[in-house]
Write a protein that binds this ligand. Structure first.
Ligand code: HEM
Ligand SMILES: [Ca+2]
Length: 769
């Protein structure tokens, strides 16, 4: 067969393409130089259709390069749910069935909202107490945007319709799973974005209209897409059972057995690498949870965790995590119930009825939406003229103070800051990055205004934003990603910046986040967090203080101490991050957001439960997707891990993706394993190829393209340059040339900010002529 697939005889290809089971032939097959049938050679993860029965995708050389093996893809490199548009079932659902489904779904929504009201009135304990750790979790995953609620209800309407159509056998399980139900007009169609006739110079604030052919792609409040179809218990939204049909082990049992605390500092990467990761996550990913009443936080447990809500008072969006009486940590506090509220659903932009897709409260692009806001209203609240608003603290520019009750301390001198996404106070090192980028906007805006006196305030503001977005994308692709993924994956997915313009834009690529990226792979970052920040005196290098991280979650008041920003930056560069492994600090797995309480939340069990909430399939399925052999037996893991897996899971087919990903050895030159590496690389390739405004795109596709000489200035920028230009300069006088690598690595010793090792861009190139 392997000789057959590369030749061009049509009959043979049909045979090969359609009827040979894929997995039998991978090992011995020689990759084709060119794909038959106009197939496109892509990394395996980008052709999820290859997992279908009866589909055969020959191996090939990506970009004709030996050593970069991919598969010939015949469905285009789309998300799984879109992969089979051509093959969609011609069966149409009868008008009668549709009408009934629409009516029933409306009735059902009224019932559910009514139930929520009853829950709210039934007991004061159905709403979270604002001083509980779970309330801080709520603050991390909620939105203040009104639009989300209406769309969320639309998502529910379509969900109910899917359930009804399934109950009536009007759609099959296969159609549901593969998302082949677009012929079933849903009861709710989100209004299509209103786009200008020609794509404007600046990207929209909410992310819409990037692609005129699919104007909702990447917009705020649209759905996370998927690499593989979801695995829900009912095919629609319920949480999956184990491969044996039993309930899965509690997410807390998974966490307490498999996610331990042990220090394993990285030999190369520093905590700034960790911190930019969270900053990227907040730009692109913000699952929005359901709320109750007027936006209140749902409590799925009673007595702050001693028990579950009784059935009549448990909200339908609850998926709390049970702890066992012998839990190594929570037992002593009598905690049996860990709160977890499910993520809201988004209606499909084409009003398709189908399985549940979760709502993203951020624009899916790398566009600094967490700095500028995800809506025009938020942007105007953050902006004054050419500048982003700041709080001038005795001459130091900090992000503006917020009136929202978000921070945990109300003491004198306490501070709590505004940001585009309202989540900038989650940890103080994140607030530091928000401060740096806010200052950078204002620095650039002042220069551009001086260089271009004829520009209006709007022009200066939006030109500065455009330039900031470009710098951010450059830092991500040029510095951060290669250190995450290693050279091979970076090359295979075409993620390196090119000299001059990039030709990577592809209007068929949907930039939307995948559920697998948000709910699992990008959360690798929780493993690299350290329990404390070791803050030096930035000048002398002596220890200034060591801060246990829960002390600075939603408590950013130290930002007001004059030398603190400089000191923390010096510390983040110097201090190693932790390696990616199943070890996560107890600051996140026991004390997250603990505030004044003796115990906090467990982010590891939240991650596992969130994966199930999103319908992520088991780890083995994603190994298959990326071309790795699945685990057939726990004994294939190292003995101590095997032992723990045995204690928790019934079968290797049950392992949660976040857990399995952390168990992998890192790829060469990178920090994550191959499964996470592929999921992450796919996403960053979507951000690049599916974004018309990507900074490297030329004027042929990008109406806001930079000139070649401007682009080459932007490509001089590094995070260390940004830190240099926006530090307070009180103590931080030297910065490591690579801000993501440990300052004690040979060749990365801190240098003065005017060193040629930290080049600057020449803003004169941005004078309009
Ligand atoms: C520094 C301390 C950090 C804290 C306290 C923290 C806390 C949290 C919390 C509470 C959530 C919401 C969990 C849920 O309900 O599903 C979350 C989600 C997430 N975190 Fe972290 N995190 C930290 C660092 C990081 C880092 C370093 C990364 C990446 C490199 C990261 C990536 C993510 C991602 C991708 C999500 C999902 C976002 C969404 O779509 O909702 N986090 N984190
Ligand atoms: Ca964004």
């Amino acid at each position: 067969i392997s000789e057959v697939v590369c030749v061009s005889h049509r009959g043979l290809q049909e045979h090969a393409v359609n009827s040979v089971p894929d997995h039998h032939h991978h090992r011995t097959e020689e990759p084709c130089d060119a794909c038959p049938r106009h197939g496109k050679c892509v990394p395996r993860v980008q052709c999820p259709a290859h997992l279908r029965h009866n589909s055969y995708n020959p191996l090939c050389h990506i970009g004709g390069q030996r050593g970069l093996v991919g598969v010939c893809c015949f469905t285009g490199s789309r998300h799984a749910a879109e992969a089979d548009l051509a093959a969609r079932s011609a069966n149409s659902i009868s008008a009668e069935d549709l009408k009934i489904a629409h009516n029933l779904s409306r009735k059902k929504l009224v019932e559910w909202l009514h139930h929520a009201d009853k829950v709210l009135e039934g007991s004061s304990e159905t709403v979270l107490n604002a001083s509980s750790p779970s309330f801080a979790h709520h603050l991390s995953v909620m939105t203040y945007e009104q639009a989300a609620e209406k769309l969320g209800r639309g998502g529910l309407l379509n969900l109910f319709a899917a359930k009804e159509l399934k109950a009536r056998d009007a759609i099959s399980d296969d159609e549901l799973m593969l998302g082949l139900t677009d012929h079933a007009d849903g009861p709710f169609c989100p209004p299509p974005p209103a786009c200008p006739a020609a794509p404007p110079r600046y990207r929209s604030v909410g992310g819409e209209c990037n692609n005129p052919a699919a104007p909702a792609w990447g917009a705020v409040h649209t759905a996370f897409e998927r690499l593989l179809p979801p695995q829900y218990g009912d095919g629609i939204w319920s949480i999956r059972p184990s491969s044996q049909g039993q309930p899965l082990p509690s997410a807390r049992v998974v966490s307490s057995n498999l996610v331990l605390d042990a220090a394993a500092p990285s030999a190369t990467h520093n905590l700034m690498f960790m911190q930019l990761g969270q900053f990227i996550a907040h730009d692109t990913s913000a699952g929005v949870v359901f709320t109750i009443g007027n936006g209140s936080a749902i409590s799925c447990c009673v007595g702050d965790g001693v028990d579950f809500q009784p059935p009549e008072l448990i909200h339908w969006a609850c998926a709390p995590v049970a702890t066992t009486p012998d839990d190594p940590f929570y037992a002593q506090f009598g905690q049996r119930c860990l709160n977890l509220v499910r993520t809201q659903l988004a209606p499909a932009s084409d009003c398709a009825v189908g399985y549940a897709k979760q709502m993203n409260g951020a624009t899916h692009y790398l566009d600094l939406s967490h700095l500028y806001g995800n809506s025009p209203e938020k942007l105007s609240a953050l902006r004054s003229g050419i500048l982003l608003n700041t709080f001038n603290d005795y001459g130091r520019e900090l992000p503006p103070l917020t009136q929202r009750k978000e921070c945990m301390s109300a003491k004198d001198g306490a501070a709590c800051f505004e940001s585009g996404d309202n989540h900038g106070n989650q940890i103080i090192s994140l607030t530091v990055l928000h401060t740096i980028w806010t200052r950078e906007h204002n620095r650039i805006a002042r220069v551009l205004a001086r260089l271009n006196p004829a520009w209006t305030e709007d022009t200066v503001f939006y030109e500065s934003r455009r330039l900031l977005q470009a710098q951010f994308q450059h830092v991500v692709y040029n510095e951060w990603l290669p250190l995450l993924l290693g050279p091979r994956i970076t090359q295979k997915f075409g993620l390196s910046p090119s000299p001059g313009y990039s030709g990577a834009y592809d209007p068929h690529v949907n930039p939307s986040l995948t559920a697998e990226f948000s709910a699992a792979a990008m959360r690798f970052g929780h493993s690299v967090v350290d329990s404390k920040f070791v803050v030096p005196n930035a000048k002398s290098g002596d220890l200034y203080e060591a801060i246990s991280i829960p002390e600075v979650m939603f408590q950013p008041s130290r930002m007001r101490l004059r030398p603190f920003l400089d000191r923390l930056i010096a510390g983040l560069i110097r201090q190693p991050m932790q390696t990616v492994d199943p070890f996560v600090t107890e600051s996140l797995t026991r004390y997250l957001f603990h505030g004044g309480s003796p115990f906090g939340l467990d982010l590891a069990s939240i991650n596992v439960q969130r994966g199930r909430d999103y319908g992520l399939r088991s780890y083995n399925d994603y190994r298959r997707l990326v071309g790795l052999p699945p685990y057939a037996d726990f004994r294939q893991f190292p003995p101590s891990t095997a032992h723990r897996l045995f204690a928790v899971y019934q079968s290797p087919e049950d392992i949660d993706l976040w857990i399995g990903g952390l168990l992998e050895e890192p790829v060469e030159g990178g920090v994550v394993g191959a499964t996470f590496g592929n999921i992450l690389a796919d996403q960053f390739s979507r951000f690049k190829r599916g974004d018309r405004y990507f900074y490297e795109n030329g004027p042929d596709v990008n109406p806001g393209a930079f000139t070649p000489s401007q682009l080459s200035e932007i490509k001089k920028v590094s995070l260390s340059r940004l830190l240099c230009d926006n530090r307070d300069g009180i103590e931080l006088l030297h910065v490591a040339p690579n801000a993501f690598l440990r300052a004690d690595l040979p060749g990365n010793e801190p240098v003065p900010c005017d060193s040629p090792l930290i080049p600057s861009m020449d803003l004169n190139r941005f004078r309009e002529v």
